[in-house]
Design a protein around this ligand. Structure first.
Ligand code: FAD
Length: 437
């Protein structure tokens, strides 16, 4: 009988975060293996991410992590220390405009920006209209569905001001960014196996021993990291760790829509990423003169929790399409309403408070980088670095549950208390409980 293969660490998943955990661990000297049931890196939920980079989160840790992530994306090639025959993903730092909830910005977000050093300006609505010609400054909140009888009511007032931050943008090709990380990990000795599903987690005497594949093969490793995205809860059930966790994860279906920008705008050249709390929507430039529109999960939007992440409807619905496009048309009245629906459907891996879990588990050797709640693409490298630090310290005997690991960040020097991402934290009431984190 052939001997079992053996690695220092197995990472379940090769999305942007899984590939980044693989890279950071291989860089730290571990012999790593990323296993993914899909055919290539970044083919899971990462493939359909909006890949927006922005710092306006609701907690100190949220803003700090996003701020640190900017340094990685700005220095992507240097960070990778490796070439990719397909070229490198690009970070377009077009800047971001946040509008529609002055109270939230003034009370919550801007004090965090001041403390951490995120650059921003307050724009008058005149400046907004100069920078985005044709934009409407009416106040329409609360966000409504397109079939709400009050959807087309006159605005109840006007926006007072908006926040602009130069520290925001998007990644042009998230799948390519993941492939870049794969090549970077491989250059450090990391391995990737695709079209390979993990079907079980092996344990002995309360310690993890490796993974069992769907074809029955067993691969040994003292460390396994669950980075399975929307399948995270399935893997946790396999490992028998789910019940003991205070914070759980679930898969949530989400639609993103693409529409041609109004003729007067050239968003790819001089547009912004826009977060609009007033209409419950965000949008950003998309290649080919399009705008990409996502929902900020306002209360009126139905939430479709998915029990089996391998089985969900990937067709856009008329209802959500109309709602999103009509919302944007209120803000950009020159927007044409296309006859055909375009966009994508995918799953968020949502935690109970929409803040991720970057942690160990009660099963020694089994770690989690999950619950990314539609807002952690940008933070993949920070998460990868923090996970590698956390794993090394826990494996060296540190009691992370009693005394949470603190990680001094590579570029900003900020200190992240990993207790903020614990599986056993109390639900964080400062969270927006939405994709905003
Ligand atoms: C529509 C949408 C829009 C988003 N927009 C943004 C945004 O603008 N900005 C932002 O920062 N974030 C955004 N996000 C969130 C971000 O994309 C995710 O947080 C990130 O891509 C998650 O990466 P991951 O590696 O954890 O998971 P994934 O990319 O989902 O990778 C998990 C991998 O695990 C594999 N896997 C699962 N089960 C098994 C198994 N049993 N065996 C082997 N492999 C398995 C899957 O095949 C998959 O490839 C968005 C997400 C979505 C869905």
């Amino acid at each position: 009988m052939a001997e079992n293969e053996r690695f220092d660490a197995i990472i379940i998943g090769a999305g942007i975060i899984g590939a980044n955990v693989g890279f950071e661990l291989s860089k730290a000297g571990y012999r790593t293996l990323n296993i993914d049931k899909l055919p290539a890196a970044g083919y899971g939920s990462t493939a359909n991410t909006c890949a927006i980079i922005r710092c306006h989160y609701s907690t100190w840790a949220g803003v700090a992590m996003a701020y640190e992530s900017l340094f990685y994306w700005r220095n992507w090639g240097d960070y990778l220390e490796a070439d990719d025959e397909r070229g490198l993903a690009r970070y377009i730092e077009c800047g971001g405009v946040y509008m529609g909830n002055e109270e939230r910005y003034t009370d919550k977000v801007l004090p965090l920006f001041d403390e951490i050093g995120v650059p921003y300006e307050i724009w008058s609505t005149d400046t907004l209209q100069e920078r985005i010609p044709g934009i409407d400054i009416g106040r329409h909140s609360p966000p409504k569905r397109a079939d709400d009888e009050h959807f087309f009511d006159e605005p109840t007032g006007q926006l007072q001001s908006v926040v602009y931050s130069s520290a925001a943008g998007y990644i042009t090709d998230p799948q390519l960014a993941t492939h870049n990380l794969q090549r970077a990990a491989e250059a450090k000795g990391g391995e990737f196996r695709f079209n390979t599903a993990v079907a079980g987690i092996g344990t002995e005497g309360g310690r993890l021993t490796g993974v069992e594949l769907a074809d029955g093969t067993y691969i040994e490793a003292p460390i396994v990291v669950n980075v399975a995205g929307p399948h995270s809860f399935v893997i946790n059930q396999m490992a028998g760790v789910a019940d003991a966790m205070n914070i759980k994860t679930r898969a949530l279906r989400h639609e993103v829509h693409h529409v041609p920008q109004p003729d007067r705008l050239d968003f790819e050249k001089d547009g912004f990423m826009v977060g609009d709390d007033d209409i419950g929507t965000y949008f950003r430039p998309e290649v080919g003169g399009n705008l990409l529109i996502g929902s900020q999960d306002p209360e009126c939007d139905p939430q479709e929790w998915i029990e089996d992440p391998d089985e969900f409807d990937r067709e856009l619905t008329d209802d959500q399409w109309r709602t999103q496009v009509f919302r944007l048309a209120r803000r950009l009245p020159e927007l044409g309403i296309p006859n055909t629906k375009k966009g994508i459907v995918d799953l968020y891996d949502v935690s109970d408070d929409w803040i991720p879990i970057y942690d160990r588990t009660d099963l020694d050797g089994f770690y989690l980088a999950i619950g990314t709640s539609g807002n952690q693409f940008k933070n993949a490298s920070v998460a990868g670095y923090c996970m590698a630090e956390l794993i090394q310290r826990v494996e060296a005997g540190h009691d992370h549950d009693a005394d949470p690991v603190k990680v001094t960040q590579r570029y900003s020097g900020l200190e992240l208390d990993m207790g903020a991402y614990s599986r056993n934290r109390a639900i964080n009431r400062d969270s927006s409980f939405s994709v905003l984190g």
